[in-house]
Design a protein around this ligand. Structure first.
Ligand code: 6GU
Length: 287
């Protein structure tokens, strides 16, 4: 997978050299290129922002450097005489975009912004299947809206948010997304099971939070590991883990339970939740 990241703070992305993703890059699984937006400015001060039209606080990122950056990374396609033998994808499986355009590969452009739609594990899974992503890190009050509008005529564009809070810029959000995506790439994690069991993995445990985990020693500061985990009874251990996942989800994220399909909870699940104070037979269910 190829990732281009455009930012005014390339130093923010030093963590991509270490740990899991650093290893994935050195193994050739992940090709990350970080670009300084100011390389596409032409004035002495390398200006990337200006005051907002209509007034108001803060500054807005100018469209020109962004337009040139995207033109450089994703050259506008020129029509050719050669008809496309098989429309839709090229031989690498990559996307073509735009009716009547020449066969061309374009990335998905991802713009982190608190006004985007929520980024979820399902997005991480979808993005991990793409050959090429471009991330545009905005700062200040965001990027002039025309940049995303114009980019949409040439490539798919997603504006995504990490949650209901405001960061000072998109850089940390991109680090978060790149880690969420990168760990899903084939060969990046040692143990494939650790992806399938994730909280929020599509299909895995129907999006319950994961329960508590323990390792050696069996007693630590007078706190024993629950006997059941040492019992060797795999069925009983699985049941216990599910009970704990249900209790933790009821406590921390009750709305996840109300979004479960009714058939996702059996009689035992309902009994556990009732005992935890979350009746789930339609009556009094917290949302
Ligand atoms: Cl994606 N960007 C910024 N700047 N702030 C955020 C965010 C993204 N998600 C939550 N807050």
């Amino acid at each position: 997978m190829k990732l281009d990241i455009v930012t005014i703070f390339p130093e923010y992305f030093a963590p991509l050299d270490i740990s899991l993703l650093g290893k994935a890059r050195r193994a050739g699984l992940l090709d990350v290129r970080v670009h300084d937006l100011r390389d596409w400015t032409h004035d002495r001060h390398r200006t990337v922002d200006d005051t907002p039209y209509g007034g108001g606080p803060g500054m807005v990122m100018k469209p020109d450097p962004w337009g040139e950056a995207l033109d450089t990374l994703v050259p506008p396609t020129t029509p050719t005489a050669e008809p496309d033998p098989e429309p839709g994808t090229d031989e690498s499986g990559a996307r073509e975009f735009g009716a009547g355009a020449a066969p061309a590969t374009v990335p998905r452009l991802i713009i982190p912004t608190p006004s985007g739609r929520p980024f979820t594990q399902a997005d991480a899974v979808r993005y991990a299947a793409e050959p090429w992503l471009v991330f545009a890190c905005g700062r200040y009050e965001g990027i002039d809206t025309r940049v995303a509008e114009e980019a949409r005529t040439r490539m798919p564009v997603d504006e995504v948010s990490l949650g209901d809070f405001v960061l000072a810029g998109g850089e940390v959000a991109v680090l978060v997304m790149v880690e969420a995506i990168g760990r899903l790439l084939p060969g990046v994690l040692g143990n494939a099971d650790s992806v399938a069991d994730d909280s929020f993995a599509p299909g895995a445990m129907e999006s319950l939070l994961e329960g508590p985990v323990y390792t050696k020693p069996p007693v630590w500061r007078e706190r024993p590991v629950p006997d059941i985990l040492l019992s060797g009874h795999h069925g009983a251990i699985a049941r216990w883990r599910r009970d704990e996942a249900l209790r933790r989800t009821a406590r921390h994220r009750p709305e996840l339970l109300s979004h479960l399909a009714p058939e996702a909870l059996d009689k035992h699940d309902r009994a556990v939740l009732r005992e935890a104070g979350f009746p789930v037979d339609g009556e009094g269910m917290a949302d």
